[in-house]
Design a binder for this molecule. Structure first.
Ligand code: 13P
Length: 341
């Protein structure tokens, strides 16, 4: 492991004014997204859609530090035969790859899941490195409910995240460590805080046991927010303050950066929350985005599978990328949304 190199890549991924595009939807997830816009999920349509994002050249150059790809996409060529990975590199952005194999039910823990994909992971990492990946992603999910998440779930997922991260670093790849506390329930913001704290404490303990160098990872956590069905909504300031507080309590300052997931927040909420945290400032790590839905919902809708809509979709993507880039600097303003594409 060359820690200086890992640290250099991790820092580039969280460079101020830039963030990560999570375009690594699995086949099932991208089908759901395409169903919503009336587009058939074929390999060509998936390629066309992702190609339009990666060819949004100015936005990619200025605002997107890295792109997380899915196994299919890292092997795909653009319509003119250029590998999609090359398009990303030409825009000065770093290609990365989702390497987990999704979730499976966790025995004896009804309703809970554990992320799988450790078997053969080293060999897959070697192959992905050959295809151009400089970083990887593994997502663990924790649902909040009655007596959930269980300790079994928190431990099993923390251990798997750490095993994955160690393998990545051993193969010269920066691991994005993604423990996601879901916002699906009716819990309040303080319950999210408590669960997020427990989860992060466990993840960092496991990373330590597996000898992962914190200087060579990027953390991708949820923000501390109330469940979607909660009656008690939280202000932007409360989300920013509680998210920063739990991170300061759990994440060592050796970690170069934290790139949040959007997790089902609206596009503007995800931007406003990130902006508010960066306005508070004083954090020991860079705070940026690694958004899937909050970067792509608008371009997907604008595109709707029609070639003539590509420029509108690219404008929508460029706009969200710019808004979130401003949020990494604490320079976003709600009024800027109105000057939209
Ligand atoms: P969302 O921003 O849509 O939550 O996706 C980010 C991601 O990569 C989830 O694993």
């Amino acid at each position: 492991m060359n820690l200086a190199e890992l640290n250099k890549v991790a820092k580039a991924m969280v460079a101020p004014g830039k963030g990560i595009l999570a375009a690594d939807e699995s086949s099932g997830t991208i089908k759901r997204r395409f169903d919503a816009i009336g587009v058939e999920s074929t390999a060509d349509n998936r390629r066309d859609y992702r190609e339009l994002l990666f060819r949004t050249t100015d936005a990619m150059k200025n605002y997107i530090s890295g792109v997380i790809l899915y196994d299919e996409t890292i092997r795909q060529n653009a319509k003119d035969g250029t590998p999609l990975v090359k398009l990303i590199e030409q825009a000065g952005s770093i290609p990365g790859i989702k390497v987990d194999k999704g979730t499976k039910p966790l025995p004896f823990c009804p309703g809970e899941v554990v992320t799988e994909g450790l078997d053969g992971l080293r060999e897959r990492l070697v192959e992905y490195r050959g295809l151009g990946a400089k970083f990887a992603k593994w997502r663990a999910v924790y649902d909040i409910g009655p007596r959930m998440p269980s300790y079994a779930c928190i431990r099993a997922n923390g251990h798997a995240l750490a095993r994955y991260a160690a393998l990545c670093q051993d193969e010269g790849i920066v691991p994005i460590v993604e423990p996601e506390v879901l916002m699906d329930g009716d819990h309040d913001i303080d319950t999210c805080y408590e669960v997020t704290e427990f989860v992060l404490k466990e993840v960092f303990q496991e990373l330590y046991y597996q000898k992962v160098a914190l200087e060579g990872i990027v953390l991708k956590p949820n923000m501390v927010v109330p469940g979607k069905k909660s009656q008690k909504r939280a202000s932007v300031e409360e989300v920013a303050e509680k998210t920063l507080r739990v991170l300061k309590a759990c994440v060592p300052s050796a970690v170069p950066g934290i790139a949040f997931l959007s997790g089902g927040q609206s596009d503007e909420e995800a931007t406003a929350h990130l902006d508010a945290m960066n306005r508070i400032g004083g954090a020991p790590w860079k705070l940026t985005f690694s958004y899937g839905r909050a970067l792509q919902a608008a371009p997907q809708k604008a595109w709707s599978g029609k070639p003539e809509n590509v420029p509108a979709a690219q404008r929508a993507f460029a706009h969200r990328a710019k808004m979130n880039a401003l949020a990494t600097l604490g320079q976003w303003q709600p009024e800027l949304e109105k000057i939209a594409a």
